[in-house]
Write a protein that binds this ligand. Sequence first.
Ligand SMILES: CCCCCCCCCC/C=C/CC(=O)SCCNC(=O)CCNC(=O)[C@H](O)C(C)(C)COP(=O)(O)OP(=O)(O)OC[C@H]1O[C@@H](n2cnc3c(N)ncnc32)[C@H](O)[C@@H]1OP(=O)(O)O
Length: 359
Amino acid sequence: MGACQKDFESAVNQVKLLKKDPGNEVKLKLYALYKQATEGACNTPKPGLFDLINKAKWDAWNALGNLPKETARQNYVDLVSGLRSSSDSSSQVKPEADKKRAGYDTLVITSEDCITKIMLNRPAKKNALTTQMYREIMLALEAASKDDSTITVFTGNGDYYSSGNDLTNFTDIPPGGIEEKAKNSAILLRDFVDCFIDFPKPLVAVVNGPAVGISVTILGLFDLVYASDRATFHTPFSHLGQTPEGCSSYTFPKIMGPAKAVEMLIFGKKLTAGEAYAQGLVTEVFPDSTFQKEVWTRLKAYSKLPQNAMHISKQIIRNHEKEKLHAINAEESRILQERWLSDECMNAVMDFFSRKAKL
Ligand SMILES: CCCCCCCCCC/C=C/CC(=O)SCCNC(=O)CCNC(=O)[C@H](O)C(C)(C)COP(=O)(O)OP(=O)(O)OC[C@H]1O[C@@H](n2cnc3c(N)ncnc32)[C@H](O)[C@@H]1OP(=O)(O)O
């Protein structure tokens, strides 16, 4: 049987999560098969001789001639599956080393009672999200989508849920310069948010304390948000010279109406848990003293519900907006790439590190 569109889309996502760079030759093959599967035979003019990269891509695509779209789709899925199993089998040689290499230095992941729990684990830094952490979360989501748990839970270790993007991401500039960093960060951000948009199982946030920035915006992509009454919800983008991400430019106005979304996303109004509940961003608020007990009792009961029914219901509720969400995510990431290079943003980051500004 040929690969269905879902297998193909899943293979496209898996490529982003490969642990090892497959090399240029394989990347060209993947590119060519992707173009053939989505657009059919090569239909663009041949790039000039000196446009080396685009010419190599064009040659690879053109070499597929009139290969049918379905066959290209299947070949793409097979190629990705081969790449994944070779990276898995190389990791089986040293399971302990691989566990370390696969990441989770910044997360604690446990599976119990059909629930996979992904806990942000940098309590001393208020669970601020480093680039390593974004990558580990993507890997954890990929694994959780395939394990036998029925629901997946995000929470934070310590007194914060998360203080959002780790601002040291702005100071760790590679030799290629700030422009290159901004470009790569925009790709990372888009891929990160895409993983939430596409996540197939019910996704639950257990917001144990204050949440800032991107840890708030992606809540619009969760299926349940439980909050301690100690939690706050803060998106101070203008203060940081930045703009909304995580699809919040779309999900927040939809959830709470444009007037309230503007207060949060443009003016940086910090919401209490009760206010976030009133705006529809939070499903339910619990007293901090009984938060963990009440939430986990509830989740354990939910996790025993029939798995397929829950997953199909999620698909019905979410799938019709997926394409739109991906487009919004791409646009938000593109705009942020420019913002990160602005004086407004740089000054805000410098103020934080020189201790002139705290939220
Ligand atoms: C061109 C390159 C671009 C790179 C971009 C990468 C991809 C980004 C994609 C997404 C973008 C997202 C947007 C956001 O998330 S915006 C929100 C960013 N977050 C903040 O601005 C919060 C900053 N932190 C604070 O204001 C305060 O720390 C606090 C959260 C209010 C807590 O205050 P506190 O007094 O209770 O605790 P404090 O002593 O400050 O914190 C303890 C230590 O933790 C460090 N820390 C906390 N949060 C962060 C953070 N977000 N980034 C870096 N470090 C953080 C803090 O510095 C303390 O460290 P130390 O003990 O002094 O060493």
